[in-house]
Design a protein around this ligand. Structure first.
Ligand code: SF4
Length: 194
């Protein structure tokens, strides 16, 4: 691509927003999903299916979704009423609650409108997909720093992750990490230097 034909940062920002909207509004899934959810409800379901035990709270979700705590709580409440999420006492602190996805919630995620976007991304050549992931990750870190917002990520790319004798330990939460937890997203994530 010649330099003059490269998209401007302004056009790229528009493209990212357009891609996000298109990805969330899949005609195929709208026809097959057993019940219709709003974009915010889908985001919450995905979040609570992927977040680790330190991050499954409405306030962490509000940071992830870049919305107010009140709005995030309303979204969570609506999904609890639908039986797709449930509140549960925290395993180490009975006074606080964590949010868990239910079996019905996992079932409805099989109709996730983002599935078409995931498939389209899978069709990219691996090196282009890696370059896209790298560029988007860097942009998220820059924007989050500018806005003093947390960055979400997983343990393998986090500064707090310490490996010793084949075990993984989180220096932030002072806890050992299981392999499935290493894949989850976390509100305490601190990106390691790129
Ligand atoms: S290592 Fe980082 S991403 Fe993993 S649990 Fe700890 S703070 Fe979260």
């Amino acid at each position: 691509m010649s330099k003059s034909a490269r998209p401007s940062a302004c056009n790229l920002a528009d493209l990212i927003v357009y891609l996000s909207r298109l990805g969330q509004a899949s005609a195929r899934c709208a026809e097959t999903a057993p019940q219709s959810l709003t974009a915010a409800q889908w985001t919450a379901l995905r979040y609570f299916a992927r977040a680790n035990r330190f991050s499954r709270t409405p306030s962490a979700f509000s940071e992830f979704h870049a919305t107010t705590r009140g709005t995030a709580s309303q979204t969570v409440k609506s999904l609890v009423v639908l039986g797709l999420l449930r509140r549960q006492s925290h395993e180490s602190d009975a006074r606080s609650t964590v949010i868990e996805i239910t079996e019905a919630g996992r079932e409805i995620l099989r109709h996730d409108p983002l599935e078409d976007l995931r498939k389209a991304l899978e069709r990219l050549a691996p090196e282009r997909r890696d370059a896209l992931a790298d560029a988007l990750g860097q942009t998220i870190v820059t924007l989050a720093e500018d806005r003093k917002a947390p960055v979400f990520g997983s343990c393998s790319e986090c500064n707090h992750c310490h490996q010793d004798d084949g075990s993984y330990f989180c220096l932030s939460t002072r806890s050992f990490l299981s392999l499935p937890e290493m894949q989850a997203i976390c509100v305490d994530f601190e990106p390691s230097a790129r």
